[in-house]
Each structure stands twice: as structure tokens, then as C-alpha cells.
Design a binder for this molecule. Structure first.
Ligand SMILES: NC(=O)c1ccc[n+]([C@@H]2O[C@H](COP(=O)([O-])OP(=O)(O)OC[C@H]3O[C@@H](n4cnc5c(N)ncnc54)[C@H](OP(=O)(O)O)[C@@H]3O)[C@@H](O)[C@H]2O)c1
Length: 333
């Protein structure tokens, strides 16, 4: 049955131009790393996707290995898209990636032409799509020549299997080299996807300036540090939280006493701004005009609604920004 999306969905969202390209992305995008796998409850995944689209989220981020089981998030997404949103394909920006381990043997990961083309073909099949809007190289490959990986991204675009290409987890210097190669081939690098949140500032050292200078958009992943930057871990570790799950992506040791103290202080600061901590963490990223979109995850419709309200209070005083830096700085001392 078709899903009939909210008719005012595009008035609810802000859209930012992605670098110096023609395409705009929603200020908040939805990632399907967790909560859309074959182990998850299908109806919950579906409800989160509908809620996102009803609120103007047009960009959905996937990768070959998202699940668990690896690949199953693409299958879930493809199923929901074709069953309920088939008429809206042209309103969506769908991304996938290759680079992390996906299948055994020498071609199941990294950045060779053999591996990346096979992975894209698999992703298209799982999602039942003719093309993805953005295809990323998921992480730098220390062994494959950068020329080969970038030529493969270029080939995907020439074959019409991807409209745009992006890089993820590439450091600043390698991003510059890769961008130059892509530009020379006539396939600009649309976007970079780094981990970036209040606690994890590596992108600020050099990457964000490189992206700005080169006209590359930036979509920040794990904006809530996988949920740490919310009020959920203040009084303990909830049973249904990512930290309590056995997969180990968010380990208990990440919640050090200093981090916990910072979370409590940040939560109080957020309250004084009439926001939840999750909303403040997202708004803090979006205040920087170099950030095109913030790529959130959500395990429930309620969380997604909470996160979307970040757009209601986007500005910070100098004093608030200083207090945030001071609180976060204490975790490193
Ligand atoms: N390129 C890469 O290498 C890479 C790596 C990682 C992620 N990503 C992308 O970035 C996306 C987002 O990453 P992420 O899932 O780590 O993002 P995140 O937004 O930092 O964390 C999402 C998790 O935080 C919790 N949460 C979300 N909103 C909440 C709220 N309002 N209140 C309380 N808890 C809340 C939920 O976990 P619970 O299960 O505990 O409820 C949710 O699954 C991924 O889906 C993926 O698309 C890319």
C-alpha cells in the first residue's frame, strides 16, 4: 500500500546546498547503520522511515554492510521504498558505500575496482534500484593506488549507476589528492562524510577548511556520539540502548566518569536553552555553515521527532559556545 506523505513536508525542513554542487540536502538526514537490519522490527523501521519523509528528510544513508546481518539494511530499505514510496523515488537522495569488510576473500573490502564495482552491483540489487544518488568510498585503502579507487568512482558515474560520489573517513591531505583526481576526470567530489560531534573534533583541525575551499559538502555522522550526547545514559545504561547490545559498536568503556560528568553538564546547558541534549548537539553542528547536513540515527519515531526539533533553536551565544568547549575540554584533562 502506498504511503501518503504529509503534504507540508518540505515546509518543515531546511535544505542546504551541498558544497558548490547543484544539489541541496536536508539539514537533518537519516542513517540506516542500525535499526533497519534483519534483526530489527520491520514495522518500527518502516515507521521511522515514514516519519522522516513526512518531515522533509529526503536523504537516506546506507552502506553495503549495514544491518545486522550485513546487507539487510539495504534490503529493508528497498522493500519499504518499493512497497510504499515507489512514486517518490525522484524526491529521495539515496547513498551507499563500499570499503569495509563485506564478503570473504581478497575482493570483499577496501578500494580496488573489482571490489567496489561488485559491491555497488550488490547494493543496487538489494535495494532494487537502477542507480544510487551518492556512492562513497567508505574508508581510505592504504594499499590500492588512490588513482584506481577514484577512477572507479568516476566509472560508476559514467555508467549511470551513481549520480554523485563522495569520500568517508578520509583525512584532509588524502581528501585534497582525491578531489584533484576526481575533478580532473570530470566527476567532482560532492561530499565528505566524517565522524563529527561535540566530543569528536578531529574534522576541525584541517578537514573542514579543505572541504570549504574545495567546494565539497560535509555530512557529519554519529552526531550524538551514538547516543552518548542525549539524556539516555545519565542515570544508567538502559536495557534497549545501543550500549547494552552485544554487537559492541558502543562499548561501556566509552562512558568514562569524565564523559558522564560532561554529559550531565551539557544536559543542563541544553535545558537552559529549552532543548534536549540531542537537539543541542545537532544544532551545535549545524551552526557551522560548512556543515551541509547532520546524519542522525534513531531507534524509534520518538527519538527522530526529538532530533528534528533541533531546527527550532539553531543559534548559540558566544557564552554558550565557550561553556560547551569548556565542558568538553574537561573530558580531555
Ligand atoms: N561513514 C561511516 O564510516 C559511518 C560510521 C557510522 C555511522 N555512519 C552513518 O551515520 C548514521 C548515524 O550514525 P549513528 O547511528 O552513530 O548516529 P547518532 O545519531 O550519533 O546515534 C544514533 C543512536 O543514538 C540514540 N539516539 C538517537 N536519537 C536519540 C534521542 N533523541 N534521544 C536518545 N537517544 C537517541 C539511538 O540509539 P539507541 O539504540 O541506544 O536508542 C540511535 O540509534 C549511520 O546510520 C550511518 O548512516 C557512517
Amino acid at each position: 500500500m502506498d504511503h501518503f506523505p504529509s503534504s507540508d513536508r518540505y515546509e518543515k525542513m531546511t535544505y542546504n546546498r551541498c558544497g558548490r554542487s547543484g544539489i541541496k540536502l536536508p539539514a537533518i538526514s537519516l542513517g540506516l547503520w542500525h535499526n533497519f537490519g534483519s534483526v530489527d522490527i520491520y514495522d518500527n523501521s518502516k515507521a521511522i522511515l515514514f516519519e522522516a519523509f513526512d518531515n522533509g528528510i529526503t536523504h537516506f544513508d546506507l552502506a553495503n554492510n549495514y544491518g545486522p546481518a550485513p546487507g539487510s539494511a539495504e534490503e529493508t530499505f528497498g522493500k519499504i521504498l518499493h512497497k510504499h514510496l515507489a512514486n517518490h523515488r525522484d524526491e529521495l537522495v539515496i547513498s551507499s558505500k563500499a570499503g569495509y569488510y563485506m564478503w570473504p576473500g581478497p575482493y570483499g573490502e577496501w578500494g580496488s575496482k573489482k571490489s567496489m564495482m561488485a559491491s555497488l552491483h550488490q547494493s543496487l540489487k538489494r535495494m532494487k534500484l537502477d542507480y544510487v544518488d551518492i556512492f562513497y568510498h567508505h574508508r581510505p585503502d592504504p594499499e590500492t593506488p588512490l588513482e584506481e579507487t577514484m577512477a572507479t568512482l568516476d566509472l560508476m558515474v559514467r555508467q549511470g549507476k551513481a549520480l554523485y560520489v563522495g569520500l568517508s573517513n578520509y583525512p584532509a591531505d588524502l581528501t585534497q589528492r582525491a578531489e584533484s583526481m576526481l575533478r580532473e576526470m570530470g566527476t567532482p567530489c560532492l561530499i565528505h562524510q566524517p565522524r563529527y560531534n561535540l566530543f569528536d573534533r578531529w574534522a576541525e583541525t584541517n578537514l573542514l577548511n579543505v572541504l570549504d575551499k574545495r567546494g565539497i559538502g560535509c555530512i557529519a555522522y554519529s552526531p550524538l556520539a551514538q547516543g552518548l550526547l542525549s539524556n539516555k545514559y545519565i542515570t544508567g545504561i538502559p536495557e534497549d540502548s545501543r550500549m547494552a547490545k552485544p554487537h559492541g559498536f558502543l562499548q561501556k568503556k566509552a562512558l568514562t566518569p569524565k564523559k558522564h560528568q560532561a554529559i550531565v553538564k551539557l544536559n543542563n546547558l541544553a535545558k537552559s536553552r529549552n532543548q534536549t541534549l540531542a537537539q543541542m548537539a545537532i544544532a551545535w553542528l549545524l551552526r557551522d555553515k560548512r556543515i551541509t547536513s547532520v546524519l542522525v540515527g534513531a531507534s524509534s519515531v520518538k527519538q527522530l521527532r526529538d532530533n528534528l526539533r533541533a531546527l527550532e533553536n539553531p543559534s548559540f551565544s558566544m557564552d554558550e559556545l565557550q561553556r560547551i568547549d569548556d565542558i568538553v575540554g574537561e573530558t580531555n584533562r
